[in-house]
Design a protein around this ligand. Structure first.
Ligand code: ADP
Ligand code: GLC
Length: 497
């Protein structure tokens, strides 16, 4: 089975969030299931500089849907893991350093619709030769698997009659929603530049409240839909978390599944992580302590291995509930806790956290910025990792925390609810307790959970037991990779392959 992964992020080439981790790790798990996965990525500098043995497959200049006469080529090279990677090399679109979606002013690039229309258009071309026939000897995907709005138009191009798949049966299409909050909405006058016909611009097609919706296109035109946790798959069919697309998702519920993300258990391994100062596993948890001492130094916290240390690694946005933490900080500090925050995002939240760090020196430590190595050190060093998100399709940091015996304290939403088992008398007794969950997502509920964590932290033996439960929890990709294979089969069947 051949699967083309279409994504705008993938570790180690480019990452702004969890999509990068997922695209970086899931292909390897699929290969273990005998799936032949190849990636199609935008030709960002971070991609082009890492590919080896690059060949030009096709000149795409002037192709409808690329909306430009500027140089545009489809390249293929060997990726960091040796597997072939396709790159859409359009320097005028992707040859920009920094964040893939935002300019230096922090605002979306004004041509994002063109940049990601080109990505979707190209995805639909892979395996075809110049005149749209099935390329002889070419690698032809059985399934095109798009991720998030940036890949949303791939399925539209594959199924829309304006672009028949060269007489050959088109690939099956799978579309994965990583976040309903990012929809790729643009004014209707961009449509002629996308290479899709006006008759696709209807409420049953690309139109979403008088705009063109890239995410919506993925949801409408794909054979199968998935999202990244079972609970989120249910939540997005309701009004609060459906962001206006809940009706469409209810209508397509029969082809929508939640497949829980896993994590890369080689990169996130407390027993071998090269970023941390002391390695440990469930049998020598005392060896976790030097990581805590090192983290206290790194975040300017008072050296005290007994002070309960809470941490956060996150985008600083409304989704992540960071404002709740800001409100909760005085209470936590009063109870003797320390808090370390690594993040970057909204200016208002950055300022609020910086204010708290000034107000509570030695108790609240803040590093503003994006730092992969420090995120590993934080995961290993903290006692509790907080994720108080208002919504969370899956969330990865709580799973990293589980692996490091740092107990997650999370809002009971989306994938957080599916991956963390609250400490209760029952879950302690049956050995399933792995952390602390709270609902609703309010400051009082958060504080009630932090109080429970602080109480358990005083009971060293019980704490250790929960740490061991957490570290023993299966957070690998194996089961989910098998689930994706079944979904790919269903998509191929839907496409008549
Ligand atoms: P989302 O994709 O919504 O941001 P996830 O929990 O799925 O949330 O993934 C976030 C990823 O980004 C994790 O790998 C996390 O460790 C990483 N991350 C977030 N903020 C930072 C940061 N400031 N520095 C380093 N890594 C970060
Ligand atoms: C999104 C979600 C996050 C999820 C990630 C990877 O960024 O916000 O919850 O873990 O995608 O699927």
């Amino acid at each position: 089975m051949r699967v083309l992964f279409v994504t705008s992020e993938c570790l180690p080439y480019v990452k702004t969030g969890g999509l990068g981790d997922v695209a970086g790790a899931l292909p390897a798990a699929l290969r273990a299931e005998q799936v032949d996965v190849r990636l199609l990525l935008p030709g960002y500098p971070g991609v082009l500089e890492r590919l080896e043995g690059v060949k030009v497959l096709r000149d795409l200049r002037g192709l409808p849907g690329l909306a430009s006469q500027a140089p545009a080529r489809l390249l293929v090279g060997r990726g960091v893991d040796g597997a072939p990677v396709y790159a859409l090399d359009v320097p005028s679109f992707f040859g920009r350093k920094g964040n893939p979606y935002l300019g230096p002013d922090g605002k979306d690039w004004s041509d994002n619709h063109l940049r990601f229309a080109a990505l979707g258009r190209t995805a639909a071309l892979i395996g075809l030769d110049g005149d749209g026939a099935r390329g002889r000897g070419a690698w032809v995907p059985d399934v095109v698997h798009g991720h998030d709005w940036q890949a949303g138009l791939a399925a539209a191009h594959l199924v829309h009659p304006m672009w028949p798949y060269g007489g050959a049966k088109r690939p099956g299409t799978v579309f994965t929603i990583h976040n309903m909050a990012f929809q790729g909405l643009f004014p209707p006058d961009v449509l002629p530049q996308l290479g899709l016909p006006w008759d696709a611009y209807t409420p049953n097609g690309l139109e979403f409240h008088s705009r063109v919706g890239f995410l919506k296109a993925g949801l409408v035109y794909s054979d199968r839909l998935t999202t990244v946790s079972p609970t989120y798959a249910t939540e997005i069919q309701g009004e609060t978390m459906g962001f206006g697309l809940d009706g469409l998702l209810r209508a397509r519920a029969a082809v929508l599944e939640g497949i829980l993300n896993g994590i890369d258990t080689d990169s996130w391994d407390s027993a071998g992580d090269p970023h941390i100062v002391s390695h440990y596993d469930g049998t020598n948890l005392e060896a976790k302590t030097p990581n805590k001492a090192e983290l206290q130094r790194a975040f300017g916290l008072t050296p005290d291995i007994h002070a309960p240390l809470f941490g956060i690694v996150s985008r600083l946005t409304d989704q992540k509930g960071i404002d709740l933490v800001v409100e909760a900080l005085p209470h936590l500090v009063e109870k003797g806790a320390q808090v370390a925050v690594l993040g970057t995002g909204s200016a208002a939240l950055e300022q609020a956290l910086a204010g708290a760090a000034r107000r509570f020196p030695g108790r609240v430590g803040l590093v503003l910025g994006y730092d992969e190595a420090l995120s590993h050190r934080l995961q290993a060093g903290v006692d509790v990792l907080m994720v108080p998100s208002r919504f969370e399709p899956c969330g990865l940091t709580q799973m990293y925390a589980l692996r490091y015996g740092s107990l997650p304290l999370v809002a009971r939403v989306g994938g957080l609810a599916d991956t963390v088992t609250d400490v209760t008398e029952d879950s302690l007794a049956d050995g399933t307790a792995t952390g602390f969950t709270f609902a609703p997502v309010t400051v009082p509920a958060l504080l009630a959970a932090t109080d429970r964590a602080l109480n358990l932290h005083r009971r060293t033996e019980l704490w250790r037991q929960v740490q061991r439960n957490a570290m023993g929890r299966d957070v690998s990709w194996a089961a989910s990779a098998r689930h994706y294979v079944a979904t790919y089969r269903a998509a191929m069947e839907a496409a008549g392959r």
